[in-house]
Design a protein around this ligand. Structure first.
Ligand SMILES: Cc1cc2nc3c(=O)[nH]c(=O)nc-3n(C[C@H](O)[C@H](O)[C@H](O)COP(=O)(O)OP(=O)(O)OC[C@H]3O[C@@H](n4cnc5c(N)ncnc54)[C@H](O)[C@@H]3O)c2cc1C
Length: 344
C-alpha cells in the first residue's frame, strides 16, 4: 500500500455519494499552543455545510494547501471533487494531507469554526507542505477542506467504534493527540479507560475535558526515540492492569535498555510491509475479514492506536500476536511514516 492509498487518503469520497463536500475556508485565528503544536481556526460561510458537532470523535478531513507559488487550486466542488483535483496539472494541484478535527463550533446562526491542531515538524528534510503552511499561517490565508456534509454519517472517516466494549485504551503520538482529545470530549460521561499520548516535550501536554473514568497520561519524549515511551507505557499497563483500571508508574523515566527494542518492534511481518498500517474493524489493509464485535464481547476492551506507522505496527504485534486481543476490538492506524512524504 502506498502512502496515498489508505482509506484516509482515497476511499472516503467514494463511500457515500455526496457524503463528503469540498469547501473553501480561511484562517480566522492562529494560536501557538506549545513548542510542537499550532492551532489554526478555520472559518468561512461554506463551512456551515461541514461536520457533525458532538459526534466528531476521530473524524478525519482532507486539507488542500496552496501551490509553492501560493495559488490555491480550484477543482470542481461536486461529488467528483477528487477526480477533478487529480486532473489538475501537478504544479497547480497544491498538496493534500489528512488531519483531525480538534474542535467544531457551531453558532446559533450556523456559522462554523473548525480548529485543527498541527504538529510542527520543521527540521529541513523532515518537513512537508502541511507543516510548513501551518508554521506561517496568518489570518486570512485560504485553503480547501474536504469533510463530511453536516447531517451525513455515511461517508466513513470515523474509526472510533468502541461499542459494545466496556472500557477503552487510546494510544498515540502527537499526530493522534487532536483525535484522542476530541474522542474523549465527545465520549459519554460514563466512559472508562486510559489514554497514553506521547509528545515531543514536557511543554506540549494540553488540557482535555475527558470523562472522570478515563485517566489521561502524557508521555514527553524529551529526546528519547519516537515511540519508545508510548510502547513501554502501553505494554507495562497491559501487563500490570489488563482491565485498564490501575495506573502504571508513569513518572519513572523509561528504561531505554529494557524498553521494547524499536528496531525489533519495527521489523515487518509479511503483511506489515506497506507504508502505513491501517487495520480497523471496518477496514483491513490485508483484506482479511474481521467479524464485527457482538454483544458477547460487551465486557471486552476496545483499543484505538494511531501515530507513526512502525510504532503502531509494533503495538499491533504485541496486542494481537502476543496478547491475543481479538482483531475486531482494535483499530490500528498509521497516521504518518518516518521518512515518507504523504502523496497529494
Ligand atoms: C487520519 C489522520 C489524522 C491525522 N491527524 C493529524 C492532526 O490532527 N494533526 C497533525 O499534525 N497530523 C495529523 N495527521 C498526520 C499528518 O497527516 C502527517 O503528519 C502528514 O505527513 C503531514 O504532512 P506534511 O506535508 O507536513 O509532511 P509530508 O510531506 O507528508 O512528509 C514530509 C516529511 O515529514 C515527515 N513527517 C510527517 N509528519 C511528521 C511528524 N508529525 N513528525 C515528524 N516528521 C513528520 C515525513 O516522514 C517526511 O519525511 C493525521 C494523519 C491521518 C492519516
Amino acid at each position: 500500500m502506498s502512502a496515498d492509498s489508505t482509506p484516509a487518503a482515497e476511499s472516503d469520497p467514494q463511500d457515500g455519494a455526496g457524503a463528503y463536500g469540498l469547501v473553501r475556508a480561511r484562517v480566522g485565528d492562529v494560536h501557538r499552543l506549545s513548542p510542537s503544536f499550532v492551532r489554526v481556526t478555520l472559518v468561512g460561510a461554506e463551512l456551515t455545510d461541514v461536520g457533525n458537532p458532538g459526534a466528531t470523535f476521530d473524524q478525519r478531513i482532507k486539507l488542500i494547501f496552496p501551490t509553492a507559488a501560493g495559488v490555491l487550486p480550484e477543482p470542481a466542488a461536486g461529488d467528483d471533487w477528487y477526480a477533478a483535483w487529480r486532473a489538475l496539472p501537478a504544479d497547480e494541484r497544491g498538496s493534500m494531507r489528512t488531519y483531525s478535527i480538534r474542535d467544531l463550533r457551531v453558532a446559533d446562526d450556523g456559522a462554523t469554526e473548525i480548529d485543527v491542531d498541527f504538529v510542527l515538524h520543521l527540521v529541513p528534510g523532515n518537513t512537508g507542505p502541511a507543516s510548513s503552511w501551518a508554521a506561517s499561517a496568518t489570518v486570512g490565508d485560504e485553503l480547501l477542506v474536504v469533510g463530511p456534509r453536516r447531517g451525513r454519517f455515511d461517508g466513513g472517516g470515523i474509526e472510533y467504534l468502541p461499542e459494545p466494549s466496556a472500557a477503552v485504551l487510546l494510544a498515540g503520538d502527537e499526530t493522534a493527540a487532536p483525535a484522542i482529545s476530541r474522542i474523549l470530549e465527545d465520549a459519554p460521561a460514563h466512559l472508562r479507560g486510559v489514554a497514553f499520548i506521547e509528545v515531543p516535550s514536557a511543554r506540549d501536554p494540553q488540557p482535555i475535558a475527558a470523562p472522570d473514568g478515563v485517566a489521561v497520561h502524557w508521555l514527553p519524549r524529551d529526546g528519547s526515540p519516537h515511540g519508545v515511551r508510548l510502547r513501554a507505557a502501553v505494554r507495562e499497563h497491559l501487563d500490570a492492569a489488563p482491565d485498564f483500571d490501575a495506573a502504571p508508574d508513569l513518572d519513572a523515566a523509561p528504561d531505554l535498555d529494557t524498553a521494547p527494542d524499536a528496531e525489533a518492534d519495527a521489523a515487518p511481518d509479511a503483511d506489515e510491509t506497506a507504508d502505513l498500517v491501517w487495520e480497523t474493524p471496518t477496514y483491513s489493509q490485508t483484506g482479511e475479514r474481521i467479524e464485527p464485535a457482538t454483544a458477547a464481547s460487551a465486557d471486552h476492551r476496545y483499543y484505538w492506536i494511531a501515530g507513526e506507522s512502525t510504532v503502531v505496527t509494533g503495538l499491533r504485534r504485541h496486542l494481537v500476536k502476543e496478547l491475543g486481543v481479538p482483531r475486531e476490538q482494535v483499530a490500528f492506524m498509521g497516521y504518518w511514516r518516518e521518512g515518507v512524504a504523504m502523496k497529494g
